[in-house]
Design a protein around this ligand. Structure first.
Ligand SMILES: Nc1ncnc2c1ncn2[C@@H]1O[C@H](COP(=O)(O)OP(=O)(O)O)[C@@H](O)[C@H]1O
Ligand SMILES: [Mg+2]
Length: 284
């Protein structure tokens, strides 16, 4: 079943002359993990905002084409209604955590109270989210006493508790240290395993190469390519779109390691290893 259908989406911010999204069409199947890559200002964040309805409901501007989320047309729906289907996690957890509440537990409850969820169901959902994001032990802490990685996991837990089928993450690890990033990637991987549909904008290409089912390469408001990670990261012109290939792809290129059948370079450590084992007879 298709979770997201976008057809010829064009968008211009108010007071701006150029199209930030210029004829975007793609779809996402239920349970897929989609990575979005592309240089700065390519329009990745604007596309994320269009998926959750902030474009155009909040930002206004000129909009044409169609975005359908779980069968609901974004234009014919409100942001609140859409939030039951799709949630977004931004770069900086500090801007996402409300600061209105004293504890981690209350922070997650806050969004649910706004949705009018009944108490018993609320407790169930909060416990589920706290456990899934592995922050149960912090439930009585003040959110601002958490590390960056823990706080970003709280931001994700608050979204998860609303039970959206689709989660959009816009560079959620860019403000985090390596350990915090690792924690967040692990959490996102768990969500994916639970069946959530994931859309993740991310500069850490090695992670996208490992986790994504499909990768979208964006440039100047357009989709250049939308395909399996191996296909995207084997492109000879990748750097010209401001995207560094995964380190394993670069090594594969240097060593001439190509998959014999597909002619594609490895994108993960496992693939590089497999191709190396095949290409070189064992010597001792
Ligand atoms: N709120 C805004 N108002 C006007 N222009 C914006 C706004 N946000 C982003 N833009 C413009 O939209 C273009 C794409 O930006 P963005 O979607 O943030 O790209 P990316 O996330 O790929 O870096 C840029 O030219 C940027 O200046
Ligand atoms: Mg961005």
């Amino acid at each position: 079943m298709k979770k997201i259908v976008v057809e010829n989406l064009k968008y211009r911010y108010p007071l701006s002359n150029n199209l930030v999204l210029n004829g975007i069409s793609f779809d996402v199947e239920e349970g897929e993990f989609i990575g979005i890559v592309g240089r700065n200002l390519a329009g990745k964040s604007t596309l994320c905002q269009a998926l959750v309805g902030l474009v155009p409901h909040f930002y206004k501007g000129a909009y044409s084409g169609r975005v359908e989320i779980s069968g609901v047309n974004v234009l014919e729906s409100s942001i609140a209604e859409l939030s039951k289907h799709i949630g977004i996690v931004f770069q900086n957890p500090f801007t996402q955590v409300t600061a209105a509440k004293l504890t981690v537990y209350e922070e997650i409850a806050f969004g649910l109270e706004n949705l009018g969820i009944e108490r018993k169901e609320m407790i169930k959902r909060i416990d589920y989210a706290l456990n899934l994001l592995d922050i149960y032990r912090f439930k009585d802490r003040n959110p601002f006493e958490l590390s960056g990685g823990q706080m970003q996991r709280l931001a994700i837990a608050s979204i998860i508790a609303m039970k959206p089928d689709i989660i959009v993450l816009d560079e959620p690890t860019s403000q985090l240290d390596p350990q915090g990033s690792e924690e967040v990637f692990k959490a996102v991987q768990d969500l994916s395993k639970e069946g959530a549909t994931i859309i993740m904008v991310e500069q850490k290409i090695e992670k996208i190469a490992r986790f994504a089912d499909r990768v979208m390469l964006m440039s100047e408001g357009k989709i250049i390519d939308y395909d399996a990670p191996t296909k995207i990261f084997s492109r000879d012109d990748l750097l010209s779109y401001g995207v560094q290939p995964p380190v394993f792809t670069t090594i594969g290129r240097l060593l001439g390691l190509k998959d014999k059948r597909t002619g594609l370079y490895p994108v993960t450590l496992d693939e590089a290893y497999r191709m190396m084992a095949k290409s070189e007879p064992h010597r001792s």
